[in-house]
Design a protein around this ligand. Sequence first.
Ligand SMILES: [Zn+2]
Ligand SMILES: [Zn+2]
Length: 348
Amino acid sequence: MKAVVYEAFGQAPELRILPDPTPEPHSVIIKVEATGLCRSDWHGWVGHDPDIRLPHVPGHELAGVIAAVGRSVVRFREGDRVTVPFVAGCGSCPQCHSGNQQVCDDQFQPGFTHWGSFAEYVRIDRADFNIVRLPDEIDFATAASLGCRFVTSFRAVVDQGKVTAGQWVAVHGCGGVGLSAIMIANALGANVVAVDISDDKLRLAREVGAAVTINAKSQPDVVAAVRDATGGGAHVSLDALGHPQTCFNSVANLRKRGKHVQVGLLLAEQAAPPIPMAQVIAHELEILGSHGMQAHRYGAMLDMISAGKLTPQQLVGRRIDLAESIPALMAMDRFEGTGVTIIDRFRG
Ligand SMILES: [Zn+2]
Ligand SMILES: [Zn+2]
């Protein structure tokens, strides 16, 4: 198969021919039809992820068709259209038994713990437990765009933030995660305040449902601006970027008993940002994380997409081929473009 592979962190990946993967008894092989390009892939490539063993094939936001099935897999067969959460569970640890595969003690993460989907084929383990069947009306590029950003936002807004109609929700950062969160919170009937430093991204934020937008460049006191716009602070606030400043603002702009959900990754030297903990105590704030979403929660999200309430296809940006994924991956830290870049040609 053709695959994008790197031998050293930070060194240019190459397009190579590698042996096709073969299934373990509990795995399936997926013929990749679309895969998203994500900042996590960039973090992995530069060496921020201790799970990666070299040489490595990146890619964790995939959709495709099952091409081969291990002998003990019972729920899937060749030809099924499927996707997979970027954190897949082992099926046997206490987290998996409680239905929280997104924090499994022995995670399978395609593109991190195992080779990923910047390739013609990818192997997914414990398939009965982790694979999600796609409704016919959801195309592969849209399914891949759910990737980690949309599903993580769905869990952050619905399951962790427990956002309800009429609440004020602040979303800091309007990249893929932020725009997804805005769309989802708006679909639930919340009023969304979107914060970014780019007018282009704020325009997109309004298109997907933000009621108020704040440009943090022209309005340096973001906390005051959010409090003002929400009549005293957000009920739920998300750091959708993953930066010490947006994390701080997202906690500080909450109203009493509000919830902060950390969705953007904080890595390397940013891993332990300052939090206004005195305010957390005095105002009984809640601080939550959101890390992917379990396969068994995909149904609720896919139903909202099929029903037209959520339109993740609006967030699909550039479509590129496998060779073009190499320069795109290496440039991922520069925040260029809007929307999710999808690789949808693998065999040219
Ligand atoms: Zn587990
Ligand atoms: Zn991702």
